[in-house]
Ligand binder design. Sequence first.
Ligand SMILES: NC(=O)c1ccc[n+]([C@@H]2O[C@H](COP(=O)([O-])OP(=O)(O)OC[C@H]3O[C@@H](n4cnc5c(N)ncnc54)[C@H](OP(=O)(O)O)[C@@H]3O)[C@@H](O)[C@H]2O)c1
Length: 260
Amino acid sequence: MRLDGKVAVVTAASKGLGKGIAKRFAQEGAKLVIASRSEEAIQAAAEEIRSLTGTDVTALTVDVSKLEDIQKLIETVQTVHGTVDILVNNAGGPPAGTFLDFDDEAWQKAFDLNLMSVVRVTRGLLPLMMKKQAGRIINITSSGVKQPVPNLILSNSIRAAVNGLTKTLSQELAPYGILVNNLAPGRIDTDRVRELDRITADKAGITMEQAKENWTKQIPAGRYGTVEEFANAALFLASDESSYITGQIYVVDGGMVKGY
Ligand SMILES: NC(=O)c1ccc[n+]([C@@H]2O[C@H](COP(=O)([O-])OP(=O)(O)OC[C@H]3O[C@@H](n4cnc5c(N)ncnc54)[C@H](OP(=O)(O)O)[C@@H]3O)[C@@H](O)[C@H]2O)c1
């Protein structure tokens, strides 16, 4: 039990990567606070994790792009546990598209969803970590921070800012025993990636299977990753085994990104 007794907060955890990480942490003994926008979906995820692991799961409805919702999350963590050991900052992905597809409002929404959510949740929970002089912050970004993904200009741009935030925070927080890293998925088989494949297929006039096949050709491992494989990387960053690692970008992509 590598996270025995630890308290972990995972946002955007009703399905996909967030839920996979929450489940993996629970299997290793962590108590959870999980959140997403859909009450029904987040309660169902909580129930699934409880029945699988018997762990203590608090589930709440939070839109991470909204400050007032984040305040509710922070208050709940303070009231229920009074502490936090691990924070996974996850959110939905911004819409697909190219430069001329987006106006100021779309950029602002992506900024709130994928950068300000990380800033606000981290700021709210940091005092609890500083108090105990320990903590792990894991920000879920994208392989696009290493090699921009075509047709994802909002994601490619905003997540670069999360890199800057992570690196700077890692420098500021290491003296407090708090480690901050980014976990960047390539093509992990979730609804988000299936939806992106559908958009690519529609745009190119090909089938979804062909779109997936085209992506798979770019992955030396020859396949998309599984949520479980991704969650194992998050577990490593959350565990004592990564105690000397901070300010890094971990790309989980089966070798897809070709640069160093
Ligand atoms: N899968 C990949 O290979 C991949 C690759 C690159 C980047 N990413 C990024 O990784 C993140 C997770 O992706 P995924 O593949 O797990 O997506 P997913 O399967 O579509 O799941 C998205 C999760 O985010 C929640 N969510 C969406 N908007 C939210 C909001 N405003 N506030 C709170 N929760 C919200 C959703 O729940 P509700 O609907 O209940 O809110 C759901 O639980 C996304 O940012 C995605 O762009 C994923």
